[in-house]
Design a protein around this ligand. Structure first.
Ligand SMILES: NC(=O)c1ccc[n+]([C@@H]2O[C@H](COP(=O)([O-])OP(=O)(O)OC[C@H]3O[C@@H](n4cnc5c(N)ncnc54)[C@H](OP(=O)(O)O)[C@@H]3O)[C@@H](O)[C@H]2O)c1
Length: 199
């Protein structure tokens, strides 16, 4: 399969690349790194990416930025990053990418634990994750041509605990390699409309 991996250099994405590159042609995509570059927050940049990379069999998105801030200090515009980047950036990968997807292609987006098990400063992350999980369930039933869409919702990764540990006290982190298996299930299996929870 030709697999487009957005966020390939990241903590999640590099583990997904290691897992999928054993069996597939993985095109590594990043904001500044990789074979191709894209800014998921900019629909014109997403379209330009697909015009460059051409048709594909699977797209994996392991990206998404949100604002982490105490709710008491948050105002309206503190939610914009999460909405434009992690939420609509990933939704637009489907809305634009479907034009370039081969029949039966899959889209795998990334949400995360915080809508299920919130932490302080995580209100925007929780909102966006919940929206992504809902979106894949609903979008899956309307996709034509055998197209599929799932989300992977990992808890915090062991490899991220160096910086994230103070925010995730009491959470049991999971190895990135275990998280990568959920992406393999989504890409290489047949399920659609699923949220694969890891951890
Ligand atoms: N880390 C965790 O423990 C964890 C747990 C649960 C969920 N998640 C979720 O998993 C996703 C990835 O997290 P991560 O920790 O792996 O991130 P990360 O290590 O910071 O890596 C981010 C990746 O995304 C790319 N990127 C950044 N901004 C982009 C943009 N605007 N357009 C396109 N690509 C962009 C980066 O490319 P460059 O390297 O080229 O800049 C990099 O490859 C996020 O949605 C996060 O919320 C992470």
């Amino acid at each position: 399969m030709k697999i487009l991996l957005i966020g390939a250099s990241g903590t999640v994405g590099s583990a997904v690349a290691t897992e999928l590159a054993q069996r597939h042609d993985v095109v590594r995509i990043g904001r500044n790194s990789g074979d191709f570059q894209v800014d998921i927050a900019d629909p014109a940049s997403i379209r330009q990416l697909f015009e460059q990379v051409g048709r594909f069999d699977a797209l994996v998105s392991a990206v998404g930025s949100v604002t982490f801030k105490a709710l008491g200090e948050m105002a309206d515009n503190d939610f914009i990053l999460g909405l434009q980047n992690k939420l609509m950036g990933q939704v637009n990968l489907l809305l634009i990418g479907r034009e370039f997807a081969n029949d039966g292609a899959s889209f795998t987006l990334t949400s995360g634990v915080l809508n299920r098990d919130p932490i302080r400063m995580g209100a925007s992350a929780a909102m966006v994750n919940g929206a992504l999980d809902a979106f894949v369930r609903a979008a899956a039933i309307e996709l034509p041509r055998g197209l599929r869409i799932n989300a992977v919702s990992p808890t915090v990764l062991e490899e991220a605990m160096g910086s994230y540990a103070p925010y995730f006290r009491g959470y049991k982190p999971v190895p990135a390699a275990d998280v990568a298996l959920a992406y393999a299930k989504s890409v290489e299996g047949l399920q659609t409309g699923q949220v694969f929870i890891v951890g």
